[in-house]
Design a protein around this ligand. Structure first.
Ligand code: C2O
Ligand code: CU
Ligand code: CU
Length: 476
């Protein structure tokens, strides 16, 4: 082989290897120890191939190994990656088919959390994807711009499978998000951050043995993984940067803030923009909740900032403002318009009481019963406007999530004034700390099914897997 050809070949193979590294089995490999920072992994985007008017997404659920801790191999699951899923990009109005091919040696499901879709396409516990089969979610995207996600929802095993890595982000765009002057270059000034906690065994494998305390309060890992990166940093430009925060942890609640005490603007909740940006110094998210925030770094060239969790006092990510920028994004004063119903428009109130049977082995319950695959707990009429009141009777934190629909909070602990400004967009998950209660207004729209159900549940996965879930049906 002449030298020139050799150089060409070696360059090519380096490129090929680099390509693999960013999207395949070694995707989350880091060379970090706990003291050295690693570059934040950005999950690749999947935009869909247009075939006969339908956008097709090919997602392969697979097992692999990841090197979170230098020198240690962790067996992991992921979707198109060794750990976590690629980011699925959707646009309001698109007809889509998401093909989930299960190459694991076991069953799973793929629930699209925050998506408004027919119950048969929901990917809940009843849409099992058996080992070696492909399941397709097919529907038309019909909702506002938002940061959503997808994850395993296998009956009794959601906690274990999500822990291994079966979760990814879904980003939905609409006319608002496309036309508003917001940072929107993925991975550059629009940064996905999936925040998770994990505990490792000495051999590098994830430790999912639950202590008695964890059976009660949920999984408690000692290390934080951000998009599967321990102790990450990212280089950014001196301009406004948008972060999509997704609490992808099994049970942990985070209160995000900057060590430097800078303020930021929240622009979105779980399922929509806020009507206008909200200035904050910190934001609390329970498992499965999302928030989009924009931070102005235009005067911060050569500075570093650390996003951290005030509850555990652990660092989440170091932001290095290394590049100059002349780009100016002034946040729009109005982001979207939300539909608000009043309590007097509601035709029905339902109460959901969160509790637990006595004793260590006692199941978690909603309205005195735990999840039963053979019981449809609630039947709801299409288009009815309803008030749902959720009451946490326990001295521990829970949250409450509903599939398919989005709600607006109207009361917390008996009063409208207790609803936080940061919760005033469309939501699908709401936190209830010890003894708290919330009321929200919801309307089930577009889809009915006499057989297939949607779920409502606590999104602390160890609670969900231990009974704190129910089913509802939407009928004509
Ligand atoms: Cu993330 Cu049943 O949901
Ligand atoms: Cu969900
Ligand atoms: Cu709970």
């Amino acid at each position: 082989m002449d030298r020139r050809k050799f150089l060409y070949t070696s360059t090519l193979s380096t490129l090929v290897l680099a390509g693999c590294g960013s999207s395949d089995t070694t995707s989350t490999t880091t060379t970090s120890t706990s003291s050295t920072a690693s570059k934040l992994f950005i999950p690749p985007e999947v935009k869909g191939k247009l075939i006969n008017g339908i956008y097709q997404y090919d997602m392969t659920i697979k097992s692999g190994t990841s090197e979170f801790i230098a020198g240690l191999k962790t067996p992991t699951y992921g979707i198109n990656n060794a750990y976590l899923g690629s980011t699925i990009r959707l646009i309001d109005g698109q007809s889509i088919k998401i093909n989930f091919k299960n190459t694991l040696g076991e069953s799973t499901t793929m629930h699209e959390h925050g998506l408004h879709l027919p119950p048969a396409m929901d990917g809940g516990p009843f849409q099992e994807i058996k080992a070696g089969t492909t399941w397709t979610a097919e529907y038309t995207v019909n909702q506002k711009a938002s940061t959503c996600w997808y994850h395993s929802h296998l009956m009794d095993k959601t906690g274990e499978q999500v822990l291994k890595g079966l979760a990814g982000m879904i980003i939905i765009d609409d006319l608002d998000s496309q036309t508003l002057n917001l940072p929107k270059t993925y991975g550059v000034d629009d940064i996905p951050l999936v925040i998770q906690d994990r505990r490792f065994n000495n051999d590098g494998s994830f430790d999912y043995t639950l202590s008695n305390q964890e059976r009660m309060r949920g999984y408690d890992g000692d290390r934080l993984l951000i998009n599967g990166t321990i102790n990450p940093y990212i280089n950014l430009s001196a301009k406004e940067i948008r972060f999509r925060l997704l609490n992808g942890s099994n049970a942990k609640v985070y209160n995000f803030a900057f060590r430097e005490s800078i303020s930021f603007s929240q622009i979105a909740t779980d399922a929509s923009f806020l009507e206008k940006p909200l200035t904050l110094q910190n934001i609390k998210l329970s498992p499965a909740e999302r928030a989009e925030i924009v931070v102005d770094f235009s005067d911060s060239l050569d500075k570093e900032f650390v996003l951290y969790d005030t509850l555990s006092n652990k660092d989440i990510i170091t932001l290095k403002i290394t590049q100059e920028s002349t780009e100016i994004t002034t946040l729009p004063s109005s982001l979207t318009t939300l539909t608000k119903f009043t309590q007097s428009q509601a035709v029905k109130t339902r109460v959901f009481t969160l509790a637990k049977e006595a004793g260590m082995a006692g199941k978690f319950t909603i309205n005195g019963v735990s999840m039963d695959v053979n019981v449809v707990n609630e039947t709801i009429k299409l288009d009815d406007i309803e008030v749902w009141e959720v009451v946490n009777t326990m001295n521990m934190t829970h949250n409450f999530h509903i599939h398919d629909s989005h709600f607006m909070l109207i009361e917390r602990n008996g009063s409208a004034s207790n609803v936080r400004e940061s919760e005033k967009g469309y939501k699908d998950t709401v936190i209830l700390e010890a003894q708290e209660s919330v009321k929200f207004i919801v309307q089930m729209k577009d889809y009915t099914d006499d057989v297939n159900t949607y779920m409502y549940h606590c999104h602390i996965l160890e609670h969900e897997d231990n009974g704190m879930m129910g089913q509802f049906k939407v009928v004509k």
